[in-house]
Design a protein around this ligand. Structure first.
Ligand code: GDP
Ligand code: MG
Length: 603
């Protein structure tokens, strides 16, 4: 293969603007699937993707296309549809030289359009601006072309118009891909070096990887090493994905191929696969690690399922290398895991897959964000060997006396909204502690607002609230804005003076009283009456911010049975005994396990 006839590209767009439909059309044109074949979008393979209509995993298809009597190898790298998956997108774009940026000719530019455009710009990719759905009667290509000019300064003459559904304009689009996007700039000679875009697990062949080859060539049987590992491996599987596997003997720089090194061959996303000689020369440095922005606890619904849930999480993590998994335990919920995600949607998709693909019954705790603290005190500094530490669980916080400053993660949020909702959206963002940046017009009906917002305020229900106050017309996207200093405190819950570990939270000082009241009220409603009076207190460093009391009550379960039916009575006592097993006891107060589940669960 001549590298001058390779094109590596992605389709990027706001959700529902037609990526998957266009991908299907491209597969048809290049003869991979039969036109009109009644099958669900080929590249969206996971159940969760079909149900939510979003693309979660990046999937690749290598297509042959003949243009001016030359056959080109077009590698379509399908990108996930949400910025939560920026990690997946970024990995994909590093293998691309250009993108098809789809914009719905009816809806126009949306928040995610802005995000993917910026991502492509940052990576110096050629952008082919393409209006989709021009078959719709309400499509307004001229209006959207003006938006593209206004927001991105895109020349109207460079904009293509297609209908992915009907196939209109799609051959011309493929020709633009060949004409406008350059071939990969790679070193065909030299040592073999590839980076891993994606991995998945095969029952018989072990880990299989999608690799972009930066330099050299690779053959079946070749000795290779992972950048993270000193072990020598052998390339056992090499294939083009069309998107079904087509085995090949050799691949060259510029190609995107499937590689596997056998059941014990290893490999992970972000790693590099190198020729043995290059690896041993020490000339290669690693890729930056992913950043986890949302954490949640996952516990088996029943501890007897621990092994099964563990296995399911391990398998999913293999397929979704962006998550971090560490063991966690809670007196109320038992043994579980604390999982780090790229964002909220990532969390939702992961848990949905856990339930659907692995039939695991698991409890999910409310999501939280990581914090940082600057510590002081010789002993602590020596223990941590650094002065700023990352906190992913409130219980890891050092004594407040040893904390010099707290930091919380912020995001740059982009909202595109009809002008009539500017007031409501601004109020929402200010309410969520957002700081406004200058806004700009998209056209005479739509405006782009930008805010720097604390991530903690976005993860709760920001997106849903935004949708409901704008009747669904506003779109939202965010990108990381780093950690900023913030007045934070750790709020604890005491039951009759005893600390309940799993209910500690980190809150912003301005939210303290509200959160204290809400949590104590919720607990009062959930904890059953006890033999003794129960005082529920929300405290910060010894000071009480809210208090609720549950009056004592003696519950005689058998009294109402009039001493009659013996079997019923036995059954009731047995049920009560079983119920007791599921209790967590704090200072002699029995709290049903469900209480913790409900308090900790996402609302
Ligand atoms: P994705 O979220 O970007 O992958 O979008 P999809 O490809 O799933 O498309 C979202 C919806 O728009 C689906 O119902 C498609 O059938 C529809 N759609 C996509 N392209 C076109 C088009 O060119 N014309 C029309 N009328 N509908 C389209
Ligand atoms: Mg899709």
């Amino acid at each position: 293969i001549d590298v001058r006839r390779i094109r590596n590209f992605s389709i990027v767009a706001h959700v529902d603007h037609g990526k998957s439909t266009l991908a299907d059309r491209l597969l048809e044109i290049t003869g991979v699937i039969k036109p009109g074949a009644e099958r669900a979008q080929v590249l969206d393979q996971l159940q969760v993707e079909r149900e939510r209509g979003i693309t979660v995993k990046a999937v690749t298809a290598s297509l042959n296309y003949t243009y001016n009597n030359e056959t080109y190898l077009l590698n379509l790298i399908d990108t996930p549809g949400h910025v939560d998956f920026a990690n997946e997108v970024v990995r994909s774009v590093t293998a691309c030289q250009g993108v098809i940026m789809l914009v719905d000719a009816n809806e126009g530019i949306q928040a995610q359009t802005v995000a993917v455009h910026n991502l492509a710009k940052r990576n110096n990719l050629v952008i082919i601006p393409t209006l989709n759905k021009v078959d719709l009667p309400r499509a307004n290509p001229d209006k959207v072309k003006k938006q593209l000019k206004q927001v991105f300064n895109i020349d109207e003459n460079s904009v293509l118009s297609i209908s992915a559904k009907k196939g209109w304009g799609v051959p011309e689009l493929l020709q633009s891909v060949i004409e406008r996007i350059p071939p990969p700039a790679v070193e065909s000679e030299g040592h073999f070096r590839a980076h891993i875009i994606d991995t998945w697990h095969d029952k018989y062949r072990g880990v299989l990887c999608l690799a972009y080859i930066h330099s050299g060539r690779v053959q079946v049987g070749q000795a290779v090493k992972w950048s993270s590992d000193s072990k020598v491996n052998t390339v056992r599987h090499l294939a083009l994905l069309r998107p079904d596997e087509e085995a090949i003997e050799e691949a060259v720089a510029g190609q995107v191929v499937m590689v596997g090194c056998g059941p014990k061959g290893g490999g992970g996303v972000g790693e590099q696969l190198l020729s043995k000689e290059l690896a041993e020369s020490g000339a290669v440095t690693g890729m930056p690690p992913v950043k986890h922005m949302v954490y949640a606890g996952i516990f088996p619904a029943d501890q007897s399922q621990h092994a099964m849930v563990s296995d399911a999480i391990r398998k999913l993590a293999l397929n979704d290398s962006a998550v971090s998994v560490s063991p966690d335990s809670s007196p109320a919920l038992g043994q579980g895991w604390r999982i780090g995600f790229l964002g909220l949607l990532h969390l939702e998709v992961f848990t949905q897959r856990l339930l659907q693909e692995h039939k695991a019954e698991a409890i999910l705790t409310a999501p939280s964000v990581p914090y940082k603290v600057k510590i002081k005190g010789a002993k602590l500094l020596k223990q941590y060997r650094t002065d700023v530490i990352l906190i992913t669980n409130p219980l890891q916080l050092p004594d407040p006396n040893n904390i010099e400053e707290y930091y919380e993660p912020f995001v740059l949020g982009t909202i595109i909204t009809p002008v009539e909702f500017i007031g409501a959206v601004t109020t929402l963002c200010i309410d969520r502690r957002g700081a406004p940046l200058p806004s700009s017009a998209v056209d005479d009906q739509m405006t782009m607002l930008q805010f720097v917002l604390p991530l903690a305020e976005v993860v709760v229900d920001f997106h849903d609230t935004l949708k409901s106050i704008t009747s669904g017309f506003a779109s939202f996207d965010y990108q990381d804005n780093g950690f900023h200093p913030s007045p934070l405190v750790r709020m604890d819950i005491l039951l009759n003076g005893s600390l309940v570990d799993e209910l500690s939270t980190i809150v912003h000082a301005s939210r303290l009283e509200y959160n204290a009241r809400r949590l104590t009220e919720k607990l009062k409603a959930m904890i059953p009456r006890q033999m003794v009076q129960v005082a529920i207190q929300a405290v910060v460093g010894g000071k009480v911010y809210a208090r609720e009391t549950i009056k004592a009550y003696r519950k005689d379960v058998t009294a109402k049975l009039y001493g009659g039916d013996v079997t019923r009575r036995k059954k009731l006592l047995k049920q009560q005994a079983e119920g007791k097993k599921k209790m967590r006891s704090v200072a002699n107060i029995k709290i049903p396990r469900d209480t913790f589940i409900d308090v900790l669960k996402k609302q």
